[in-house]
Design a protein. Sequence first.
Lengths: 422, 611
Amino acid sequence: MKTRASAPLKRHGTLSRAAVYSAPPSAPPAKPALTRNPSLFPHRTLFWLTVFLCVMSLVFLFSVNIGEVLKPNATQTSLFHLFRLAIMQALWVGVGFVAMALMAAIPPRFWQQSAWVWMALCVGVLALIQFTPLGHAFNGAERWIRVPVPVLGAITIQPSEAFKLASLFWFCALYALPERRRWTRGAYLLLAVWLFGVILVERQPDLGTAMLIFALGVGVAFLGGASLAKLGLLLATSVLGIAALIITPLIKSHLSGEPLDAHKTSYRVQRIMAMLDPWSDEQGFGYQMVHAQLAVGSGGLTGVGLGMGREKRYLPAAESDYIFATIAEEAGFLGGIIAISLLGGVVYACFHLAMRARTRFGRLFAGGLALWIALSAGINLGMALGLLPTVGIPLPFLSAGGSALVSLMAALGVAQSIAREA
Amino acid sequence: MRQPPSQISRISKEERWRLQVAGGLCALGGVALAARLFQLQIVQGAELRELAARRRLRRRPILARRGAILDRWNRPLARSIYQYHLALDPTSVRNPDQFLELVRTHLKIDPRPLEQAIREAQAQGRRYLRFATFVPPHRAEPFLKAYRAIPIREKPAIINKEVIPAREYPNSRLAPQVLGLVQLEEDPDEGNRLVPVGGIEKSMEARLRGVNGIEEGEGAPGGLIIPETLRARTLPVDGKPVRLTLDAAIQEAAEQALDALWQKHRPAGALALVLDARTGEILALANRPTFDLVTREGLKGQMEALRNRAISFLYEPGSTLKPLIMAIALADAQVRLTSRFHCKGSMPIGKRRIRCVVHGKGRGHGIQTPEEALLNSCNVAMAQIGMRAGLEWLYSALQRLHLLEPTGVELPAEESGYTTPPDEVRWGRDLREANLAFGQGVQVTPLALAAAYTVLANEGQYRRPHILYENAQREAPIPVIEPLYARAVVAALVRAVEEGTGKKARLDGYWVAGKTGTAQKAIPGRGYASGKYIASFIGIVPADRPRAIIMVLADEPRNGYYGGEVAAPVFRQIAQFLMWHWKVPPNRAPQSSRTPQRPVYEEFTITGGIG
Ligand SMILES: [Zn+2]
């Protein structure tokens, strides 16, 4: 992409205040000039990758759903209830596309300007759920808000998924500012609010999502040009802090001589130990890992065939956190590689978009979105393949779950509108 | 809205390399994941697939139903039911409140400790927690039904049921020592089963047990086998029922009658035994101490309550042996009905002396006919018979009465009666001869002794005792003595009840023949324990047309120790019930007074022409 001649060609970070806040009088108004491709989804590749992934998700959720139906204690009679999982996901895919189209129609500048509002709003909702009886009133004491809907039954909404998107907006907006204007008192205040939101998510308790959101912030900071030394220091301290959190019960039990199980958060250590050798604790912490690996291994090159997977009956969360195990079992190495490639394609497309986007916000957002998808997918797949300890992070697009899908597709809608300006 | 900042900017070098670094890291991660996928699926694929298949293979036992134990009218004494162990997967609990409510309403379990237990199990990452054990079907089935009615994606928790075979008893205090206990042995591979501890459950185990079936195939969570993966299936073979000779109604009466003795005399142990006089079938067999088959109340810490004294309690029968020795002596012409014995109250044998228990008179029983010797329970007269007939004869008499062998009743761990064989007796033959004749120096089981009384009640024919109905029907009588002598001894026993020590056993409307026994408790090898007695009573009712032999025995009773005082009232209560139960027509005019009138039982005295 060629930059417009009228754009100021000064180096980033050394723009004068006047250059940032007002266009040079000779330049035409910026807004109409930004829009080059009038179509709703100008980034064709990204759009079709999204469509393929959604179709794949529905196919395998339907397969998992069949496995559930065959469970002996399933005594549902209505077809809707039998296939509620797949039908609901199909509805969510529809909602996701609507969200994507809406977001694609809104210019990114709007989000850049209002980012802090959305971020603060999300933190507010998280706090409401955590601290007021409102959360209980919706029967969503922990991670979910439960909304009863006629015909469909209760629908659960996960505010932490929206918080991911809002965090991305805010960090991109923050780092889109020139460095001199970035760290105002208001920015520090908002950073504190954001950290509070992350802690709320951790308290739900959802350590995995909290870490993901935190990493997303750090990632955007990295892309936005934060000093490597500072980022390194931050990363080192947070890794040490988390390690201390995890190891404390181990040390305590060594000192006091009590069994490890006596400590509340000992499950974190045990999950890590299970990751190192899942077979030694097959009936306990290693259970999911063992069955995920058995499922993946059973797939072989071409898989056991769609709907023929067996291990999904043993895997808890086979439809959400462990959907990849079913894909790999039923579609084999080829199917698994296709899934990884599709996800990799989305990530690549986002990075590619980041390279050619014409606004700093757009570049940061596209890069951040790539990191979001890559991190979630990497952690989820690492867990399913026995490389990482069990953390509840869904696989983008493929795992069942409406909130995650809709917020992800909304983000892709934003990416489309960024593409329109490119 | 404020004027937006001009946003168009060219990508800087720094932005570019940072994006490239991030993209490169993502690509590396992707390659690593693909490599791991390759390792799991292609390199280890075959191995993992085999492992997974083997892990999914389940052997699911199909439980066989244990056979019922029935009484002689096919009324169940013990029958099989299924109970449930209920477990849940603590990590699957989605809605604890709904689950706890379900458990509270249907299973009547206090939710608070359960909630605590679930939380602990969750913290430990356990995937299996039993929250209710031995749930009877009337509780478990409504619970499971309510659970099944919940839509699958809204189940508050994933639960699992395990079928537990159990015994059900219409009356759990009825003959527990005869039926025997069963204990659950949990075996996830071959199937849970009940292991017998004693009684019929143990002796008839082979028939009652049945064989568990097996299903083998890929298991679905919840324990079932996925039909299309079924590899092998053996159907279970249910156990067959066992029909006993017991009569639940008579057993109940015996248990009740024994309760009175148990409370009044507080003995160390007690027993009531009812035999069919004509067939030797055991109609009732009650033991004390006893326990409850369901609650196991009374069993704690003491195995004594499990003991069936009828076959395991060896004791010296004392006076209750005298009528049997007399009958054989009469039949072998060692004694004639016209014989006379002289009792001075005691008799010297070597350095020792044997004594009679004489009431009031102080000087012995005087001149005694054989009938009077039984009526007065005269030790001196019996000693004279024994010494005259000799040790070999006495030993063979005990053998002919089947007292020195196990009866072969279908109950486990039966003891055998015992006395020193004559060829092993080195010294004191005289004293042994005298003692054996009145029931000392020989150990018998209550059942063997009661069975020996069939010789008297059954026209001189011995009937082997049985508790298994089909065996009792097959058994032929064994002639031991001429009917005549049996009748003569029964007649003497009628007098013993009417005039002698067994007055408390008399019944309105029926003749009773019976003999009391009050024996000092023998300590093996050390003579007799002072102050410790075994009080017993054996009777035949009705004496003129015998239907039942009833034996009552109390080991170390308190508040009195005479057989006529402790055991006879229990006999009377059971006998009275039997006469009503069987609707036996009374054949004896109601007595105006309790004093016996000789002419009334004239028909039992042995008149001329015999001996
Ligand atoms: Zn005498």
